[in-house]
Each structure stands twice: as structure tokens, then as C-alpha cells.
Design a protein. Structure first.
Length: 109
């Protein structure tokens, strides 16, 4: 059986899931586990390496690795931040970039 035969059989099978390997990242839906966050899925949706994701959003690469390998889970507030990153990555990246430059000092009373 050739690769063409296999591709034709897959295309003709109504039960076969669609091939999304070339789908734009913004069209990919991330499935989160109950009570958790699919960190790898969010990162993949944004088409970023672990290092790029860590730098852009202010995480350590070690934490990302541990979360993606299910060695540890992000705490509740970090899970919320990750869900915001999934929905509004440019907004969060802009805030992180501004923070790294330095926020103006808060007024004191």
C-alpha cells in the first residue's frame, strides 16, 4: 500500500479526524484537564518554544518543563494567568514587557 493509498483511505473515512497539522495556531482549540491547565497546549497554540514562551510571559523554562511533564502543577493564580495568556497573549506579553522595563512608582500616602 502506498502513501497515496493511505491518504485516500483516510480522506474517504468519515470517522477519521481532520488533519490539523497545517492549521493556523489561532484556530487550534486547547483541551484542559479537569482542575488543571494544558500548558503545552497553550504554548503550542501560540507556536512558541519553551524558551520563547518563558521569556515572553515571565516564566522560568524549568517551571514550564515541569508543568508540561506533569511533574508539578501551576498554582491557582498561575493557572488563571495561563488561561488569560491563551485568550489574550499579546496583552499579557505587553504587560510583561512593560514590567521588565520598570513600572512607574506607585504613589504613597
Amino acid at each position: 500500500m502506498t502513501d497515496e493509498d493511505i491518504a485516500r483511505q483516510i480522506a474517504e473515512d468519515p470517522d477519521a479526524p481532520p488533519d490539523l497539522s497545517n492549521a493556523p495556531p489561532e484556530l487550534v482549540r486547547v483541551i484542559h484537564p479537569p482542575g488543571g491547565v494544558n500548558v503545552r497546549g497553550i504554548r503550542a497554540k501560540l507556536d512558541l518554544t519553551q524558551e520563547e514562551f518563558a521569556v515572553r510571559f515571565g516564566f522560568s523554562v524549568n517551571h514550564l518543563h515541569d508543568w508540561e511533564q506533569n511533574q508539578t502543577q501551576p498554582d491557582a493564580s498561575t493557572q488563571i494567568l495561563l488561561l488569560v495568556i491563551e485568550r489574550e497573549p499579546e496583552l499579557v506579553a505587553a504587560v510583561v514587557a512593560q514590567k521588565s522595563v520598570g513600572w512607574p512608582a506607585w504613589p504613597t500616602r
